[in-house]
Design a protein around this ligand. Structure first.
Ligand code: FE2
Length: 276
């Protein structure tokens, strides 16, 4: 099975690139299942219902989020109507929506997707390790799910690496999101779990984390907020990873980065292109 994950979609530029590229990538890679992190897709902050449906229509099977999930207040309401939109699983009990779900892939496999939020340099939520453990206990690899993908939306690479090793051999992949900068540490861990500290964003890299540079620079210099952060409008790089799954075990055979368009060096999973 082939899993495709694309990172945090930032603003109009990220959306435009994703909507144009995703249908082509689905076909080019013969991807069975696609997850997109959409938490910065609406003007850089949160996700709207219209944008969610655009991402789903473009070929995302599931849209994950993170700390900005409620920035567009309408998400508190419409999340209940969309099975395929996840918010972090370790929000307090009673939070609208859900943080994990079992979804059908194109090849008929059942894929468990879990969206968790880190706590280091972030809000003090419920323990993400315990929350992930609960989901794995309820729906284990090759017990309830044919593949398990965890989007761990976190600031600290230490917390992300710890999560990956914590579930190594029990999940197909742990994909870090939130920092918007793709890391070069993609690997299959000893137990068979694919990992990357951050998949990177779908956004304009002539920016500060996808936002126009002037205001972030000004805030660092003056400590005064003078205007809102606004998404940078230049051509976006679509960032993510491809994961080749061993169907017999549900563990990962390989993981490789995807960087297409925009300013970053370009990359695609060679193991999928060679077979094509
Ligand atoms: Fe985030």
């Amino acid at each position: 099975m082939r899993l495709l994950f694309l990172g945090d979609v930032v603003g109009r530029s990220g959306r435009a690139a994703l909507l144009e590229t995703l249908p082509k990538l689905r076909e080019r890679y013969a991807a069975d299942f696609v997850v997109v992190n959409g938490e910065n897709s609406a003007g850089g902050f949160g996700i709207s219902e219209v944008i969610l449906t655009e991402l789903l229509d473009a070929g995302a099977d599931v849209v994950t989020t993170g700390n900005h999930i409620w920035d567009q207040r309408e998400a508190l309401v419409f999340i209940e109507r969309y099975d395929r939109l996840l918010r972090p699983v370790n929000f307090p009990a009673g939070t609208p929506g859900k943080g994990a779900g079992l979804f059908k892939a194109a090849n008929g496999a059942d894929v468990l997707v879990v969206n968790a939020l880190g706590r280091v340099f972030m809000s003090d939520l419920d323990d993400p390790f315990r929350a992930v453990e609960d989901e794995l206990a309820a729906c284990g690899l090759k017990l309830g799910a044919d593949a398990i993908l965890i989007d761990f939306h976190a600031e600290a690479t230490s917390e992300k690496q710890a999560m990956a090793h914590f579930v190594d051999g029990r999940a197909t992949a742990v994909i870090g999101t939130h920092t918007h900068v793709p890391t070069a540490d993609e690997q299959v861990l000893n137990g068979g779990t694919a990992y990357i500290s951050d998949a990177g964003m779908c956004g304009d890299f002539d920016s500060v984390l996808g936002m126009d540079k002037e205001e972030p620079i000004s805030r660092f210099l003056t400590k005064i907020a003078s205007r809102r952060f606004a998404p940078s409008k230049g051509a976006a790089t679509v960032c993510g990873v491809g994961i080749e799954v061993d169907d017999a075990t549900g563990l990962a055979r390989a993981i490789a980065p995807i960087r297409l368009g925009g300013r970053l060096s370009q990359a695609e999973p060679a193991f999928w292109l060679e077979e094509a």
